[in-house]
Design a protein around this ligand. Structure first.
Ligand code: PEP
Ligand code: MN
Length: 337
């Protein structure tokens, strides 16, 4: 943190700021120029810049280092690779995870799993506990849904990803799920993050609908500070003034997070757009922008889906998209298996 004092700051004012910084554990490097005195505060403890901005004689406070440490690229200059059986997320291969929004029945999840597996997908998605805006909407099948997801994945040699909503569900998820998804609405459920931090399981952390990139990385930091370094960040669209799409998929967040952090970044163009016809272009854009993976909703009969049918691709649309992604990836020295 750098504190620039006012031009006419008095020596007692400078001393008060310095003493406060020392009290907080910072080492101070003072430089006195012709007009300004600058205090360089070096330390590892976080401090609230606003406290200093309000002090007498302070002109400006400039934060130098990011408030997250373990999630920052400075901590781990190489990109993190997360290996789960034969799948590596964060390597050269862009990992496509696909499946229905929600597990609805054995027949539905088995059909979709077989379709996407045939196209090379190795991670099957499917929610069993759904965070629905309305309490009257379908809330998911619960544990039987997770079991169906697991069985469909096993039949096709796939991994599973599903959303966990609360800490009490952890033992159940450990039985059926390979990647635990923290949904956008729970990104700042710090108690849940602290409990997931104790697990030796990869976590896919979705960016909250109104979360900044820094807030997202601080949520990742909760998981990492508690001991779980297998964290994947997911850009799934944020709330803006635009109403045409369900959310605004922030493609630029992909290169921004890749620069700030070593964690793999996945994009979810299904929730990011909310409309089936917009999913393939945004999926292509996300891969071109450097995403390490995609999370895509696919349904065998989207018009009858119990959740998010409008944004679910039909298997033939998904097949066409996979072909396109396989052509785009080599342009940026990546592959799509
Ligand atoms: C989902 O993946 O089905 C989901 C509910 O996602 P989000 O948390 O991004 O809304
Ligand atoms: Mn969904």
């Amino acid at each position: 943190m750098i504190i620039v004092m006012e031009e006419n700051a008095s020596e007692p004012q400078i001393r008060t700021v310095t003493e406060r910084l020392i009290e907080l554990g910072f080492d101070i490097h003072r430089s006195t120029g012709e007009r300004y005195t600058i205090l360089g505060a070096v330390g590892s403890r976080p401090a609230d810049e606003r406290d200093f901005e309000l002090m007498e004689g302070v002109h400006e406070v400039i934060r130098v280092s990011a408030p997250y440490k373990l999630a920052s690229r400075a901590f781990h200059p190489e990109g993190t690779r997360i290996k789960i059986r034969d799948v590596e997320i964060g390597g050269d291969n862009v990992v496509v995870m696909a499946g229905p929004c929600t597990v609805e029945s054995k027949e539905q999840v088995e059909t979709v799993a077989a379709e996407v597996s045939k196209l090379g997908v190795k991670v099957l998605r499917g929610g069993a506990f759904k965070p629905r805006t309305s309490p009257y909407s379908f809330q998911g099948l619960g544990e039987p849904g997770l079991k169906l997801l697991r069985e469909a994945a096993d039949r096709n040699g796939m991994l599973t990803i599903s959303e966990i909503m609360e800490s009490s569900q952890i033992p159940m998820f450990l039985k059926y799920v390979d990647i635990l998804q923290v949904g956008a609405r729970n990104m700042q459920n710090f108690n849940l993050l602290r409990d997931l931090a104790k697990l030796a399981k990869p976590i896919l952390l979705k960016r909250g609908p109104a979360a900044t990139i820094e807030e997202t990385l601080l949520s990742a930091e909760y998981l990492m500070a508690g001991g779980n370094h297998q964290v994947i960040i997911c850009e799934r669209g944020i709330k803006t003034f635009e109403t045409y799409t369900r959310n605004t998929l922030d493609i630029s967040a992909i290169p921004v997070i890749k620069k700030l952090s070593h964690l793999p970044v996945v994009a979810d163009p299904s929730h990011g757009t909310g409309r089936r016809d917009k999913v393939p272009p945004m999926a292509r854009a996300a891969v071109a922008a450097g995403a390490d993976g995609l999370l895509i909703e696919v349904h065998n009969c989207p018009e009858k889906a119990l959740c998010d049918g409008a944004q679910s691709l039909l298997p033939e649309q998904f097949s066409r998209l996979m072909g396109q992604l396989r052509m785009i990836a080599p342009a940026i020295e990546r592959t799509v298996d």
